[in-house]
Design a protein around this ligand. Structure first.
Ligand code: HEM
Length: 126
């Protein structure tokens, strides 16, 4: 039997959508994230759809983002943002809280945190 992917362990589209919705709920309701929130110039519906497509493929599910928009170029797509250590920490803090509130399995949560941290730190550009 092949090992289940992170995507499957998270609960496929439904589990992933719940994580992203939780991230957005925290982002929009906690004043601590105001500086991060201001960066979302294309709106939350656009972000939610893109994140769902991207994370599905990144975690080992169907490569929806690439099928619809071409290969994801995350560094390029974040280039217009000034991602300082502070902004990275805000993003990661918000995602960490969303993981804590939507992923019950502690070892899965740790793996996801590590993957998100590595990617977030790699996107730092200022
Ligand atoms: C390092 C901290 C990060 C910050 C401050 C940040 C910020 C943002 C913002 C503000 C947008 C929306 C831009 C708009 O409205 O057009 C965005 C889009 C996006 N972000 Fe991030 N992000 C970060 C890390 C990440 C990570 C770690 C991932 C993936 C694991 C990610 C994946 C995406 C994707 C897929 C989009 C949709 C746009 C696209 O097609 O590339 N981001 N990000």
């Amino acid at each position: 039997m092949p090992q289940p992917t992170l995507y499957e362990r998270l609960g496929s589209q439904e589990g992933l959508a719940a994580l992203i919705d939780k991230y957005l709920e925290i982002l929009l309701s906690n004043p601590a994230y105001e500086e991060l929130r201001r960066q979302y110039v294309n709106g939350m519906a656009h972000y939610r759809a893109r994140m769902l497509e991207y994370l599905t493929g990144w975690f080992g599910g169907p490569v929806l983002y690439a099928q619809k928009h071409g290969l994801p170029k995350l560094r390029e797509n974040h280039q217009r943002l000034q991602i300082t250590a502070r902004l990275r920490d805000l993003w990661f803090g918000c995602m960490q809280q969303a993981l804590a509130e939507s992923v019950g399995d502690a070892s899965l949560r740790k793996e996801l945190e590590a993957a998100f941290w590595q990617m977030a730190d790699g996107l730092r550009n200022a």
